[in-house]
Design a protein around this ligand. Structure first.
Ligand code: FAD
Length: 436
């Protein structure tokens, strides 16, 4: 029978190598970087660990081997990602954004663009190369990100405009949240930028993707301060008559920026889900250890109390559920040309929300001592709170994608269990975007 949940020897070796990196190289810098009040400084404190990750082949492991990447499968990526996320999902987010920023070039770019950008990403002697995914926009009225596919002209939907002027696009507007500022707020090396190339058309026709390069004139970056993922970089980005070569337009994404967004956030869905598994695993292992070492005034450790045993047992089981659903969703990506717009969303939604609940249950089991900062549960709770909201929020983006597919009269409700390819198309988009 093909279905087999046992890791191969190669996968076990990968898991152990990445675990060693996370424990020995990453862990020592996490607490100080997380506590650093200046978000740029906090991010910069992760650079030595990032360079180690780059040299170990972790940072660009998802990129195609043909261009010097690790060429790892999505299943292997998820197995490796769990080991980094259990230590710090913010650092893992920096690696994830290499994929979010550069995989669209692999999927929609010309051979010349792949050679130019992917090869550079995998052959940086300094090991500092960063990719960036620049889609999200600032809050406002009208503004925001979730309804990027709304079937209405601007000002609805994506507001960053790119107007063709000869061999260049002139780009104006703002982005908010992307991990694209780089080590020095001069921008990451290169990445995918979602722009409005036709303001008269709705989000399913008027969006495209350009490659934004470091040092592009007219682009300024400012780091954001945030509750969790403080080892990751997030910024406000202002474009003032920024000029991007027309040669940086991804040909497969012209008028299809909407499909790039949906495919990208589906590709990263299992990674976001396994990040949540990592956080719940960290909380569970700490809570179990506490329950076996503390009596709460009784004569025997609290693990002997029924409620403690039942709750931690439930948490342990839910972590297994979350892990294997994430492996399954990653396996679906591997089997369907890295398309999983439906199951990728389902996986991200259900696992990130279930794991947040698991983390909080662990705090309840440990009790008041979970609230002392030095015990680490507070950081885990902050990190777990990010995961249902980032990477394409569950409420405004991921659930809409699922709704759009399920509402299709042709949808086969057994498609995933039968491993059928559920082709995501433009008629699945735009649902639930027009209030009332
Ligand atoms: C650590 C971190 C890293 C990130 N990295 C990146 C990155 O590299 N690149 C990038 O582009 N972005 C990045 N983001 C942003 C992230 O991808 C967000 O998920 C994205 O901006 C969408 O946020 P949102 O879903 O809250 O949408 P918003 O547009 O901010 O919507 C706000 C809320 O309104 C509600 N809502 C809106 N529309 C609807 C609707 N139609 N139906 C129901 N409810 C609705 C939902 O509750 C939604 O949460 C990052 C964020 C974080 C925290």
């Amino acid at each position: 029978m093909t279905v087999n949940f046992t890791m191969s020897d190669e996968q076990k070796k990968l898991q152990h190598e990445v675990r060693a990196f996370a424990e020995n190289v990453l862990k020592p810098v996490v607490a100080d970087a997380d506590a650093e009040p200046d978000p740029l400084k906090g991010f910069q404190m992760t650079k030595p660990a990032y360079v180690e990750a780059y040299k170990a082949g972790i940072a660009m492991c998802m990129l195609p081997a043909a261009y010097g990447g690790g060429g790892v499968s999505c299943v292997d990526l998820v197995i490796a990602a769990e080991e980094i996320c259990v230590v710090d999902p913010g650092f893992a987010c920096t690696v994830l954004c290499n994929g979010l920023g550069l995989m669209p070039i692999a999927w929609y770019g010309s051979d010349e663009q792949k050679e130019r950008f992917l090869r550079a990403a995998t052959s940086d002697p300094a090991g500092e190369y960063l990719g960036g995914w620049t889609a999200s926009e600032p809050p406002g009225n009208p503004s925001g990100t979730a309804n990027f596919d709304i079937p209405l002209p601007r000002p609805a939907g994506v507001r960053l405009t790119a107007v063709r002027d000869g061999d260049e696009f002139v780009v104006n507007g703002r982005k908010y949240w992307p991990s694209s500022a780089g080590w020095d707020e001069q921008g990451v090396n290169a990445g995918t930028l979602i722009v409005r190339t036709d303001s008269e058309k709705g989000g399913t026709e008027g969006l495209s993707a350009l490659v934004l390069e470091r040092g592009t004139p007219g682009v300024t970056y400012k780091h954001l301060d945030k509750v969790g993922h403080r080892l990751a970089s997030n910024a406000e980005i202002v474009f003032e008559d920024a000029r991007i070569p027309a040669a940086n337009l991804l040909p497969g994404a012209e008028g299809n920026g909407d499909l790039v967004i949906n495919r990208n956030f589906a590709w990263s869905g299992p990674v976001a889900a396994i990040a949540a598994v990592g956080m719940a695993r960290a909380a569970y292992e700490m809570a179990l250890e506490f329950a076996k070492g503390n009596t709460a005034g009784a004569l025997r450790p609290i693990i002997g109390f029924q409620n403690v045993g039942y709750v931690l047992g439930d948490v342990a089981a839910k972590i297994e559920m979350g892990r294997y659903f994430s492996w399954r969703a990653a396996d679906y990506l591997d089997k369907h040309d890295q398309h999983a717009e439906l199951v990728g969303a389902m996986n991200k939604i259900q696992v990130t929300e279930l794991m947040f609940d698991c983390v909080y249950k662990c705090l309840q089991i440990v009790g008041v001592n979970s609230l002392e900062t030095k015990n680490g549960f507070g950081k885990i709770l902050r990190e777990a709170a990010v995961l249902p909201i980032y990477d394409g929020g569950n409420m405004g983006m991921q659930r809409r994608r699922v709704h759009g597919v399920l509402a299709d009269p042709m949808f086969n409700p057994r498609a995933i269990m039968e491993d059928d390819y559920v082709k995501f198309e433009k008629h699945h988009e735009g649902i639930d975007t027009v209030v009332g």
